[in-house]
Design a protein around this ligand. Structure first.
Ligand code: PEP
Ligand code: MG
Length: 589
């Protein structure tokens, strides 16, 4: 008998989305425009190199003109910025100097362009005039567009991948992830990324097993290596031994059988053993996901993240375009509720066609409602579309990332303006749409009592509430160990929010990832939460659990919870008390 030498290697990362897949690796270089090679160009070839640069500029200009043409004329601020960019393509400083640099230094166009744009950036940064300083962003964007055309052929489009593979990438943005075609991709793993990042959320809704934050995945994996992705435990196995492969094939079969079993029961109501009824709703990113929400037994859409529609279009949708989507959603779900959240871009959901403000800490920057209040034309366009769609179903309006009363006052003024304009234009709409805010910033928790007097409902976003309370970047694998569901600080924030809502008689829904993780359910129910919104795929599991829980026991558990002060103690306490209803991770995987 010959003993085969093992090449098996295990890497531990962070669970992106649960499930197991086994397949061949497809390594994608997504560093894109950050890796710029420098190489000399022979004198005789210089004019060809300059032509290559000119060609890239012309192509970038053409693409840019298309974006401008497709833009709704309402969004005049964006239009102004884009028109400024148009002029910058042939700007002497950028265009002329890059050609000179190729010529004088006899180097490739990419390197010359990067050198020149860096020099311009430095020059502008020393100028004190804020207007001129803001031009730096414009230059960076224009040169990035030219650069991606220069690098062109090497920039692999994941939307075009047409093999049943497991994607291995350095990083994937939520926009990249949303382009992945479910039937073509088995799973994906990345070097970067943290817990509850938006890429993970997209992966979960596509039911694609994924592991993030592996640090060395792209360095350790070669194309066509066999991979096992264990999304539930957050590990991957590269070139597994036969025994390992066999073990995982068995687990995969068990997982699929388990999923089929609970999905069969997903139409049953979510009622605890002692008769308390719950609303289990779905978080969705695209209207098409309504089908899966319904299949999984959702009693409404608790969170519609509208930014993905914007990401897909690569420009701002018009009021009419949004109306069509929102109306379709409202009609498909009626009479069940649909909570439409206004644009939550920037942070980690960056938007390629919006002027990216250079921010050292994007999560703390011009994100969500902050961006919308600075871009009122974009904001009011979306609010009008939501109010109009509300004439066709049960729609609620939700504002993300409110951090103070001033923002809420401004939002309400914009909603009033939208109502006035719709009345003036004699549009069919519903002006009594319930207005709610996300509670996801600690300052909003502290002001919850005051905020509750101004809105119809709260939606607790535990993904950001954890990020901002614990000061841990959602995308950063190095601090992901601090990102835990049963964190006592976060639990106390949730309790405070619930108390404020109860005192002011308003509704609360929880829509962060915490709501879809079985271990948290007894605690949340005990706290008094009755509306949970989660990834559609989690609904059957949580529903099954709810049906096995005694509310009285959940209440007792949550009353006794704060005698413990570490996550580990709290988790053990919950596990011990609800051992028989919490699904095993092993089975879940
Ligand atoms: C949250 O922050 O918990 C949330 C639901 O919103 P998002 O994940 O889109 O930031
Ligand atoms: Mg959030």
């Amino acid at each position: 008998m010959t003993l085969k030498k093992s090449r098996e290697m295990i890497l531990k990362g962070i669970s992106g989305s649960p499930g197991i897949c086994i397949g061949k690796a497809y390594v994608v270089d997504r560093e894109g425009i950050n890796i710029i090679e420098r190489y000399p160009i022979a004198k005789a070839m210089l004019s060809k190199e300059i032509d290559r640069f000119k060609h890239a500029v012309a192509k970038a200009k053409k693409e840019h003109a298309k974006v401008i043409k497709a833009l709704d004329k309402d969004v005049s601020e964006t239009l102004n910025i884009l028109e400024t960019h148009m002029a910058l393509f042939k700007d002497k400083m950028l265009y002329g100097r890059t050609i000179e640099t190729i010529q004088n230094e006899q180097i490739n166009a990419e390197w010359a362009l990067r050198k020149v744009s860096r020099l311009i950036k430095l020059m502008f940064q020393e100028v004190e005039d804020p207007y001129l300083q803001s031009r730096v962003n414009d230059i960076v964007q224009v040169s990035d567009k030219i650069m991606s055309n220069l690098l062109g052929a090497r920039d692999i489009k994941i939307a075009d991948i047409n093999k049943r593979v497991i994607i291995v990438a350095h990083d994937l943005s939520p926009a990249d992830a949303s382009q992945i075609q479910l039937e073509r991709i088995k799973g994906f793993v990345t070097d970067r990324g943290g817990k509850d990042s938006h890429t993970g959320i997209v992966a979960k809704s596509l039911k694609i097993p994924s592991v993030f934050g592996l640090a060395r995945a792209t360095a350790s994996i070669n194309n066509d290596d066999i991979l096992i992705v264990d999304g539930s435990s957050g590990l991957i196995i590269i070139n597994p031994e036969e025994d390992t492969l066999f073990k995982y094939e068995e687990r995969l079969a068990r997982f699929e059988a388990y999923r089929a079993d609970i999905e069969r029961e997903s139409h049953l109501p979510a009622i605890t053993r002692d008769g308390v009824s719950l609303n289990l709703m779905a978080n969705i990113e695209l209207v098409e996901e309504v089908v899966s929400a319904k299949d999984n037994g959702a009693s409404g859409i608790g969170l519609f993240r509208t930014e993905f529609l914007y990401l897909d279009l690569k420009r701002f949708p018009t009021e009419e375009e949004m109306l069509i989507k929102y109306k379709e959603l409202a009609e498909l779900m009626a009479p069940e509720p649909v909570t439409i959240r206004t644009l939550d871009i920037n942070g980690d959901k960056f938007n390629p066609y919006i002027d990216p403000v250079e921010e050292a800490n994007p999560a703390l920057g011009l994100r969500a409602v902050r961006f919308c209040l600075e871009n009122k034309d974009i904001f009011i366009t979306q609010i009008k579309a939501i109010l109009r769609a509300a004439a066709f179903g049960n729609i609620k309006l939700l504002i993300p990332m409110i951090s103070c009363m001033e923002e809420l006052i401004q939002v309400k003024a914009i909603v009033r303006q939208a109502v006035m304009e719709l009345e003036r234009d004699e549009k069919v709409f519903n002006k009594d749409v319930p207005l709610g805010i996300m509670i996801e910033v600690p300052s909003a928790v502290l002001m919850a009592d005051e905020l509750a007097k101004e809105v119809a409902f709260f939606s607790i976003g535990t993904n950001d509430l954890t990020q901002y309370s614990m000061a841990i970047d959602r995308r950063n694998r190095r601090v992901a160990h601090l990102y835990q569901g049963l964190n006592p600080a976060v639990l106390k924030m949730i309790k405070m929010t619930l108390t404020a809502a109860r005192n002011n008689n308003i509704e609360v829904i929880m829509c962060g990832e915490m709501a879809g993780d079985p271990i948290n359910i007894p605690v949340l129910l005990g706290f008094g939460i009755r509306n949970l919104s989660m990834n559609a795929a989690s609904i059957p599991v949580i529903k099954k659990m709810v049906r096995e829980i005694d509310m009285e026991n959940a209440r007792k558990l949550s009353d006794a919870l704060f005698q413990f002060i570490t996550v580990e103690e709290i988790t053990r306490f919950v596990q011990d008390a609800f051992n028989d209803v919490i699904p095993y991770r092993e089975v879940e995987a």
